[in-house]
Write a protein that binds this ligand. Structure first.
Ligand SMILES: Cc1cc2nc3c(=O)[nH]c(=O)nc-3n(C[C@H](O)[C@H](O)[C@H](O)COP(=O)(O)O)c2cc1C
Length: 209
């Protein structure tokens, strides 16, 4: 078995740091990053210690005025089973004619990967930092989570799906007030390699002034 990579401890507050980290491995990760499908994941996922390191990396994002407008929920299997029942119940309420197979697929949704993390946006719309910027920070957290999982050798998938917009499902998750779901990030070992998808034509999205 390959030894577990050691945790890279964050420096003490105020410690001198490198402003850049030139690295062929990091360039490859960024140039070739691809989501793994949550529908095609299996064991193993990161163990608790590795997941803590991944979350620490994910939380290391640009954040205007350092207000930390996000939090993580890490689910146990039992919690995912409980939440799956709520998802199935809400699915049936919205789709009374759904087949048994379809309902059971909804119930098992959160069991598709060995590890599932919810990224919760805790946006303070009264704060001096605009809500838009707090939302952007949430996007950065989710992407960082995908990148960190990949750097540890796991596949990851950022999904919202309909249930992230269902109030009762979100209540069951313990979301309060203005909290919203930035996404569920599924982490595990891909059972098959993804293929490249279409990417933006750079000439269409890059202009120079
Ligand atoms: C906020 C957000 C929510 C997403 N939700 C879904 C989803 O519900 N279902 C889905 O198939 N893909 C969803 N995606 C897209 C996938 O995460 C993934 O990015 C996409 O399949 C493209 O693959 P790539 O990450 O390899 O570029 C979402 C992406 C974002 C940014």
């Amino acid at each position: 078995m390959t030894p577990k990579p050691p945790r890279i401890a964050p420096p003490e507050f105020g410690a001198p740091m490198e402003a850049a980290h030139p690295s062929e491995a990091a360039r490859r990760l960024l140039a070739l990053r691809r989501s793994a499908s949550a529908d095609r994941m299996t064991e193993p996922g990161p163990d608790d210690e590795t997941l803590d390191a991944i979350l620490e990396m994910a939380a290391r994002v640009p954040d205007h005025r350092k207000i930390v407008p996000f939090r993580f929920i890490v689910f146990s299997r039992a919690a995912r089973v409980r939440l799956g029942d709520v998802i199935a119940e809400r699915f049936v309420a919205a789709n009374p004619d759904a087949t048994h197979e379809r309902i059971e697929a909804e119930r098992r949704k959160l069991l598709r990967a060995p590890v599932v993390v919810a990224v919760v946006a805790c946006i303070d719309s009264a704060h001096k930092t605009p809500a838009w910027e707090q939302e952007l920070t949430n996007g950065a957290v989710c992407l960082n989570l995908l990148l960190a999982a990949s750097a540890y050798g796991f596949g990851a998938n950022w999904l919202t799906e309909w249930h992230s917009y269902d109030e009762r499902v979100m209540n069951a998750l313990g979301l309060k007030g203005a909290e919203r779901l930035s996404g569920f990030v599924y982490i595990g070992t891909p059972t098959e390699k993804p293929r490249e998808r279409q990417r933006p034509q750079m000439a269409e999205i890059v202009s120079r002034m």
